[in-house]
Design a protein around this ligand. Structure first.
Ligand SMILES: C[S@@+](CC[C@H](N)C(=O)[O-])C[C@H]1O[C@@H](n2cnc3c(N)ncnc32)[C@H](O)[C@@H]1O
Length: 289
């Protein structure tokens, strides 16, 4: 496997995923009862954006300037994404950055780690051992956090249902394998059998629309509870751009999640557009009752 998330850290897709993740965690925390956060594909937890332009062999254009870079200095007027921005800006400052541009970007484990309450717990799986070693270092002092160097789908099967009976599961694979959508559908089926009311958030890229449609057909074979696909595109279909957008499929979304995040998505659509034709929308695969 060649995938290295540090080339992509802080890009538009990370921003969209992490803004929604902050919303999901806040929604889980409306109840006092603790929950398990399971990050099946956790990455290294912390990224130095200075490394994003150094490829394995060649220089490459960093992606964060068109992602978190576009929001960085607009915190006062960005009412909606403020919770997310506060987390990433505080993290960057605590790591010692004093420049006007971002340098240190937290991955999903750090973002959720910073929101955890005493009654919450997290379990992080990362299959690449060197990335997992970095993750261990990044999360070293985090209480109630366990890091596992293993396949994320395997840890989903091993962990659900958790004793808390409440879980938020982030499934965020690299999509390097052509079978990824199949593996996700299988894991989701398993996860829902083990924890029917668990909240599952699955990130996916929008490259060729047909592949995503195939994924949805595959997912429809699962007996789904309320499920919504939240999508953001940064350019129209006719624009030549490798990844035109991304989505987060949310199974068992918090009540009225669409109303809650609609303005986040609008704001992101305006700030992150790279060409005409970008959009944001919600498709309910199974509507709320
Ligand atoms: C998109 S990155 C994760 C980013 C992270 N969730 C975040 O938002 O900060 C995907 C990660 O999954 C890891 N990975 C790939 N296959 C895996 C598997 N089967 N189980 C667990 N991790 C895997 C990759 O090494 C990579 O670090």
């Amino acid at each position: 496997m060649n995938y290295r998330h540090h080339f992509h850290a802080g890009n538009f897709a990370d921003v969209m995923k992490h803004v929604l993740l902050v919303r999901l965690v806040s929604a889980m925390q409306r109840k006092d009862k603790g929950f398990l956060y399971l990050d099946t594909h956790a990455g290294r937890g912390s990224y130095d954006l200075g490394d994003a332009s150094r490829g394995d062999t060649l220089e490459r254009a960093p992606e964060w300037p068109d992602g978190v870079g576009r929001l960085w200095n607009h915190m006062p007027e960005l009412e909606i994404t403020r919770d997310y921005l506060k987390i990433v800006r505080d993290y960057d400052a605590e790591r010692g950055n004093t420049e006007a541009t971002p340098r240190f970007y937290p991955g999903s484990p750090q973002i959720v780690g910073r929101m955890m309450r005493e009654q919450d717990r997290m379990l992080l799986s990362e299959r690449q051992t060197d990335e997992c070693d970095e993750l261990d270092i990044a999360m070293g002092r985090q209480p109630r956090c366990s890091v596992q160097a293993r396949d994320g789908f395997g840890s989903l099967r091993a962990t659900l249902p958790p004793p808390e009976k409440r879980a938020l599961v982030l499934i965020d694979p690299p999509f390097e394998s052509p079978d990824e959508f199949k593996a996700i559908a299988k894991a989701l089926k398993d996860g829902l059998r083990r924890l029917p009311r668990g909240v599952f958030a699955i990130w996916y890229p929008i490259t060729q629309r047909a592949r995503v449609n195939g994924f949805f057909r595959e997912i429809q074979g699962v007996d789904l509870p309320p499920t919504v696909a939240v999508e953001l595109t940064i350019a129209g279909e006719d624009v030549e751009i490798k990844m035109r957008g991304c989505g987060l499929l949310i199974v068992n979304p918090p009540w009225q999640f669409e109303e809650e995040v609609a303005s986040d998505l609008n704001e992101l659509k305006e700030r992150l557009a790279q060409a005409p034709g970008g959009s944001s929308h919600f498709d309910w695969l199974v509507p709320e009752q």
